[in-house]
Design a protein around this ligand. Sequence first.
Ligand SMILES: Nc1ncnc2c1ncn2[C@@H]1O[C@H](COP(=O)(O)OP(=O)(O)OP(=O)(O)O)[C@@H](O)[C@H]1O
Ligand SMILES: O=c1[nH]c(=O)c2[nH+]cn([C@@H]3O[C@H](COP(=O)(O)O)[C@@H](O)[C@H]3O)c2[nH]1
Ligand SMILES: NC(=O)CC[C@H](N)C(=O)O
Ligand SMILES: [Mg+2]
Length: 509
Amino acid sequence: MKHETVLIIDFGGQYNQLIARRVREAKVYCEIVPYKKAMNKIKEVKPEGIIFTGGPSSVNDPGAPDIEAEIFDLGIPILGICYGAQLTAKVLGGSVTKPEKREYGKTEINYAGGKLFKDVDKSNICWMSHTDQIDKLPEGFTITAATHDCPVAAMENVDKKLYALQFHPEVEHTVQGYKIIRNFLFEVCALSGDFTSDSFIDDKVRLIRQQVGDKKTLCALSGGVDSSVAAVLVHKAIGDNLTCIFVDHGLLRKNEGDDVERIFRDEFSMNLIRVNAQERFLSKLAGVTDPERKRKIIGEEFIRVFEEESKKLGDVEFLVQGTIYPDVIESGTDEAAVIKSHHNVGGLPEDMKLSLVEPLRELFKDEVRNVGLELGIPEYLIFRHPFPGPGLGIRVLGEVTEEKCDILREADAIYREELEKAGLGRKIWQAFATLPDVKTVGVMGDERTYSYMVGLRAITSTDGMTGEFYPIPYEVLGTISTRIVNEVKGVNRVVYDVTGKPPATIEWE
Ligand SMILES: Nc1ncnc2c1ncn2[C@@H]1O[C@H](COP(=O)(O)OP(=O)(O)OP(=O)(O)O)[C@@H](O)[C@H]1O
Ligand SMILES: O=c1[nH]c(=O)c2[nH+]cn([C@@H]3O[C@H](COP(=O)(O)O)[C@@H](O)[C@H]3O)c2[nH]1
Ligand SMILES: NC(=O)CC[C@H](N)C(=O)O
Ligand SMILES: [Mg+2]
């Protein structure tokens, strides 16, 4: 039986999989298609609804992603989001400009009602991330929402079932955003919601067995959430043919190497090899300051270590990684911009010989956590803060040296210890310290100091795609700052990062 289908047309937005996920959650089958293939795909699957994603380009740029005008005459309901909304306006004869004020993050909005905003509060908060905006409506459209700086925050042509939103309903910070997507699916497209996916774990176990067969397989295990879940899942599929490799690259947090080794030897009966590779990583990084260069060096060195270990085991073809969707999209795709090359995706060397097994590649962190819990992995492992593979290599900003890593390790340990003491660990999604390549003047013991400054970051998020800084109480910040400056030699100043994502990212590099 053919399921009702929604096609999501990809213009390179950061949140495309989030749109897909919301549609999946509403029990509607959907597929993401590159914009260049949109018309062919529409003819092939005859979707009941179409969603245009956001994207990094400006519709006025020469060569910007475009869409055939005939798509608007097919009678299929279309929801354009951000770039998708701007493109709808442009193609249908309206216009888009770059206003003086841009909007990023939470923004107050007023809705005018109608099918798309059924049961949505008239005045609410939405999530914006745009530079351009619609300034002239195409014929037949009316404005259905506005913010202080964006007069056309939504527009529609009810007769033609065309809807456009400047904000992002798929992002959870848009209060009632999911309701708006559901209204599009159920009120505008009149779908019934006939898609329930089979159990993810059973499906994946079957697919992994198909891909790997009885071949020996390595798993890159960091002890983090994603690779632990990937390892347990693959172990369920292929048992002892799986060997986990944990690389201590000298860029780990305080005590992390020993903790990971102990936990995975005690808790799981899996083959685990720890490779101590501190010197080779640090020597490859010596003198390098560009963040993207550093990420690529680390990504490549990881793979070289895995290749060497695979030779020792003999006949290994596959490498399991705990790659998840944000790693993929932020590393750039044909349509999406490179935000940063995650070491496990954009940082992989071109000549790598192992084939990848990445069962979590389409999922977001909170979905991975749910799979982990279902697999019986203990909660204290599942709810740990994420820690990026390149580790302190991208938290020591600029050139990475052992001395700077040592300073950061101590400062970071104090910071996280005090957050735990204050009971904030589980309220914050990810917290860490960074060491900018900046020295500042201080006065300690009546003497001048000229020492490093430490930056503190604490973010709330569900999926790592967007986030807000967590308001740590001043007393707690004060205690942390005093302890860091008193206890960590080489630091005389502490600052707190109060930026969300967007416009910043979570990590500083
Ligand atoms: N020190 C390491 N040793 C071996 N593999 C690693 C190491 N660090 C990262 N990896 C590999 O790179 C992948 C991506 O790293 P990432 O930090 O995103 O995920 P994670 O460590 O598994 O989970 P978390 O996001 O909770 O830290 C991991 O899933 C793992 O396969
Ligand atoms: O395994 C990883 N390899 C990487 O190269 C990498 N870069 C960022 N991160 C983590 O991804 C999430 C989103 O990070 P950003 O907002 O900094 O892009 C955050 O949780 C980051 O810690 C990485 N994880
Ligand atoms: N998030 C988006 O889709 C952004 C669209 C466009 N690049 C802008 O800045 O307005
Ligand atoms: Mg990690």
